[in-house]
Design a protein around this ligand. Structure first.
Ligand code: DX5
Ligand code: ZN
Length: 218
């Protein structure tokens, strides 16, 4: 199934609850929550109190993208705060298998992600273990960047590797997705689409509804 996951990093934070209700009302299935620690990536976004406070704004799936070093330290906390999917960076974890197990012990779905320079082959040991793989289509750290075309090719490679193994794992893409390139990433094999600027710049409800039109399974 194709899914839209609006990234609230691009939302109007003074109206965050309303922004989340708009994407929910328009039909977005997930809410993408970018947690940055200023170490794994240069920027700092938001953390626990924000997530806890927006949990009551929507029943939609909380798709938490951890851009933090040593992510295993915080898994239990994000589980407690109401994350449904927890995605961590392969590059940030000493023992990725341990992070995946910790997420599963908390009863949540595990996602693993790679930065643009990390090859898809690095994911091979974990493909049978996670519910989702996120292919970053920009350098993590900031919203509003342009998609890196080579990363779309990585989506194609990953879908082929999964299919060879008889897996239909979700592939998420994140960074620079717009109405202009969404069809291309879908046809490369992605099925969970993160969009920040494309959702929250302008009319949030209208943008969400329009993007969802591209995701309707043919
Ligand atoms: C970047 C974040 C993204 C970002 C996407 O590090 O992981 O989720 O918010 O924003 P856009 O869609 O504007 O590129
Ligand atoms: Zn993200």
């Amino acid at each position: 199934m194709n899914i839209l996951s609006p990234s609230i990093l691009a939302a109007d934070f003074k109206n965050l609850g309303q922004e989340i209700r708009s994407v929910d009302d328009a039909g977005a299935q997930y809410v993408h929550i970018d947690v940055m620690d200023g170490v794994f990536v240069p920027s700092i976004s938001f953390g626990m109190p924000v997530i806890e406070s927006i949990r009551s704004a929507t029943g939609r799936v909380f798709d938490v993208h951890l851009m933090i070093v040593d992510p295993v330290r915080y898994v239990d906390e994000f589980v407690r705060l109401g994350a449904d999917i927890i995605t961590f960076h392969l590059e940030a974890a000493d023992d990725p298998g341990k992070v995946i197990d910790r997420i599963h012990e908390g009863g949540k779905k595990a996602g693993i992600t790679i930065k643009p320079a990390t090859p898809v082959s690095a994911l091979i040991p974990f493909l049978g273990e996670v519910e989702m793989v996120l292919i970053m289509t920009v350098e993590p750290g900031f919203g509003g960047q342009k998609i890196i075309p080579e990363c779309v090719e990585k989506v194609r490679q990953l879908r082929a590797l999964l299919t060879e193994r008889g897996l239909d794992t979700d592939i998420e893409v994140d960074g620079g997705i717009t109405k202009e390139n969404i069809k291309e990433v879908l046809s490369a094999g992605a099925n969970v689409i993160v969009a920040g600027s494309a959702v929250f710049k302008g009319n949030t409800y209208e943008n969400t509804a329009q993007l969802l039109q591209y995701l309707i399974d043919k």
